[in-house]
Unconditional design. Structure first.
Length: 237
């Protein structure tokens, strides 16, 4: 029986390369989901801060619904629902058979839209944290809306939202494990296959534990360093 290091190593009988590729897939789908969520979060925050009652209601509905249902259900809806839409659309053009929705895209969209609901609140809260005096001063000197956004609002929102965005990224990274149900070869899927193929479940699941812990720890350090960098101008000499 191979030792643990041989089993997870990069030798001819090791699973090292598969686990490395699975880790890269986890990072890739998490990054795609976070980017999609950022777009949704900006739009959602704009809606919730809008003077339009309809936009505010739409923003409230988005955050309430997406934060109120299980993330796994959203993944199922996108993957199986997307496949059903593709199959029905293909039939309209005379195509027969089943057309599956890409598992990477389905997972990124599902986790991204859920992430966007949390990013909406992070961005909205960051906007409210901007001192009103800064915005009033910008208006007093005649800044246009776009110039004010570029020089004052966007940098300050980024500064105030960064800690919360770090938490959202960590959630997206961990929620990527849910995409394993679509067959995407990310960490959880790969360690499940390895555990079943070798009959060494503890070794593989403890390896998955370590891989996720490494990714979240490094990510947390990166966000803390970025937050510290954004505070450089506010430190006292």
């Amino acid at each position: 029986m191979p030792t643990y290091l041989t089993l997870v190593g990069f030798g001819p009988t090791g699973w090292g390369w598969q686990l490395l590729l699975a880790s890269w897939m986890t990072l890739s789908v998490s990054a795609a989901a976070f980017a999609i969520g950022l777009v949704c979060g900006v739009v959602g925050a704009w809606a919730k801060l809008s003077r339009s009652p309809a936009a505010r209601r739409a923003g409230d509905a988005y955050t309430t619904v997406l934060r109120g249902i299980p993330d796994l259900l959203v993944v199922y809806l996108f993957y199986f629902g997307g496949s059903e839409v593709l199959t029905s659309g293909a039939k309209l053009f005379g195509q027969s058979g089943f057309f599956g929705f890409n598992s990477f895209m389905a997972g990124a969209l599902a986790i991204g839209i859920v992430s966007g609901a949390y990013q909406t609140e992070a961005i909205r809260g960051a906007y409210h944290a901007i001192p009103r005096g800064e915005i009033e001063a910008a208006r007093a000197v005649g800044m246009s809306g776009l110039l004010m956004l570029r020089r004052i609002i966007a940098p300050r929102v980024l500064r105030f939202a960064l800690p919360a965005m770090g938490n959202v990224w960590q959630s997206a990274l961990k929620d990527s494990a849910l995409i394993s149900v679509t067959g995407l070869a990310e960490i959880l899927r790969e360690i499940h296959i390895g555990a079943g193929s070798t009959s060494r479940p503890f070794d593989f699941y403890i390896t998955g534990f370590i891989l996720y812990l490494v990714l979240t720890t490094v990510s947390g350090a990166a966000f803390r360093a970025t937050e510290s960098w954004t505070l450089r101008s506010e430190r006292r000499p």
